[in-house]
Design a protein around this ligand. Structure first.
Ligand code: GLV
Ligand code: MG
Length: 360
């Protein structure tokens, strides 16, 4: 028999004195999760400015931090939290992988010393519910000992073939789960994909018109149209479904080529259209791309407001702006307008507007 938790106990803390899980995942804007290396002093000096621009600042302790700087990075994150350098943004941390020699110190140090600042721990290479359960109980003990009043969320990075295979089980594994991101570099390695372009397109992954030709597409020379396809699409769609099914938030991961803002914007936009609520930002230049892409466009928000005005309680069917509008479109519009209002408040706060208002 599959081991199940009593549904009535699902929201009970896993340790006496630990905080309860929140009934729903926070939908505060998390349009960009900006990664920084907390062990890098030059980088730490820039944090107050970044905290005014990014919705989420994430201290990265895992890959990209050399093994001889793991302790310095952890200590740097503690120092950054304590100094107030991160104030204004929400604070997340990517801990080291669960089979690494650093992860135990990552979790114990951070929760004990700066747990009150931490909203979410991002966990690399999650492969199944047992990875989540290990952290779930450990965190409950540490939270109780630290006297925390909020539960720290868990965010799984899906970046191995086994993790993708177990997406739904991971999403359902605990009320502590906050969301998921896609880790294309590790996933490519796990699958032996022939690409070194994490999160971006590959010129070899394409499709082509049928050989017999298509009257609409064949030009005079008979050239066949061939277009590059998105090689991450299939897994992202599964992740979005797994998250939506269990009340989590899905995120696009990194777009590795920071010298290609145009490509980054196209890739982020496709993810936003599919339902992702944000993406990783690996360079300050990607912060504004993510803000542009993951904030609903003003014209779409205005159209959604017209639907809410015309169908205040969502019942009935009306033609609005030439489209049939019913209960389903009302729900989409409600979610978009609510999110746009929160994003507008956040952006007005960032801009220092004391009359932080709502989106137009
Ligand atoms: C991120 O961690 C990745 O592997 O792409
Ligand atoms: Mg990775």
């Amino acid at each position: 028999m599959i081991e199940l938790r009593n549904p009535r106990a699902f929201f009970e803390p896993l340790c006496v004195g630990a905080p309860r899980p929140a009934p729903a995942v926070s939908t505060e804007p998390s349009r960009m999760i900006h990664f920084f290396d907390p062990g890098n002093e030059r980088m730490r000096a820039k944090l107050p400015d970044l905290a005014r621009r990014a919705d989420v600042l994430l201290g990265n302790l895992e890959d990209a931090v050399p093994t001889d700087r793991k302790n310095a990075a952890r200590a740097g994150l503690v120092e950054a939290c304590r100094s107030g350098a991160l104030d204004g943004a929400r604070v997340w941390c990517r801990i080291n992988a669960l089979d690494s020699p650093w992860v135990l110190d990552d979790v114990t140090t951070l929760v004990s010393e700066v747990g009150a600042h931490l909203e979410v721990l991002m966990v690399p290479k999650v492969e199944g519910p047992r990875d989540v359960h290990f952290l779930d109980r450990l965190l409950a003990h540490l939270e109780a000992r630290a006297g925390l009043t909020h539960q720290i969320g868990l965010h799984a990075i899906v970046e191995t073939a086994l993790g993708v295979t177990n997406l739904e089980a991971i999403a359902a594994s605990s009320p502590r789960m906050q969301g998921m991101s896609f880790g294309p570099a590790d996933l490519a390695a796990s699958r032996r994909m022939r690409t070194l372009r994490p999160g971006g397109p590959h010129p070899g992954y394409r499709t082509m018109d049928d050989r017999t030709g298509d009257a609409d597409n064949d030009d005079a020379a008979g050239a066949r149209v061939s277009v590059v396809q998105d090689l991450w699409h299939a897994s992202i769609v599964r992740m979005v479904d797994a998250c939506a099914a269990f009340g989590l938030l899905p995120f696009y991961g990194p777009f590795g080529d920071i010298s290609d803002p145009e490509g980054c914007e196209v890739q982020f936009r496709a993810a936003a259209v599919l339902g992702c609520v944000g993406a990783w930002s690996l360079h300050p230049g990607q912060i504004d791309i993510a803000r542009r892409v993951f904030t609903p466009p003003a014209d779409e928000v205005a159209a959604a407001r017209r639907v809410l005005d015309a169908l205040p309680d969502g019942s009935g069917v009306r033609m609005i702006d030439g489209r049939m509008t019913d209960d389903a479109s009302w729900k989409q519009c409600r979610a978009m307008v609510d999110f746009a209002d929160r994003a507008a408040e956040r952006d007005a706060r960032i801009a220092g507007d004391p009359l932080a208002g709502v989106a137009t």
